[in-house]
Design a protein. Structure first.
Ligand code: HEM
Length: 86
């Protein structure tokens, strides 16, 4: 089955500690259930909503463990054409 594709407008609605989605490397992740467990804290994840968080994620130099963890949080693809100009 094809993965669901989300627009920026849709993703940015999910920007709080009860409902938190992130855009990283063209994919959309629902990190709500992971907020309390994130070793970098829930605030860092919340601060990475409302934008393309690829740079934030890469700057930390996340481990293979982190990348494996991400796979379970993936909910779909991001439609890059909907990203507003920075
Ligand atoms: C789905 C997305 C993410 C997952 C699954 C994730 C997972 C993890 C994991 C497992 C660690 C422990 C260190 C490691 O294994 O690399 C970590 C550390 C960290 N993460 Fe994330 N992370 C995500 C997104 C982000 C984002 C968007 C930021 C924003 C800057 C961030 C900031 C940090 C920081 C600052 C640490 C270091 C904590 C410390 O060692 O003091 N993470 N993350």
């Amino acid at each position: 089955m094809a993965e669901k594709v989300y627009t920026f407008e849709e993703v940015v609605k999910h920007n709080n500690n009860h409902d938190c989605w992130l855009i990283i490397s063209g994919k959309v992740y629902d990190v709500t259930a992971f907020l309390a467990d994130h070793p970098g804290g829930d605030e860092t994840l919340l601060e990475s909503t409302g934008k393309d968080a690829t740079g934030d994620f890469e700057d930390v130099g996340h481990s293979k463990d982190a990348k494996d963890k991400m796979k379970g949080l993936l909910i779909g693809d991001f439609d890059e054409s909907t990203l507003p100009p920075q």
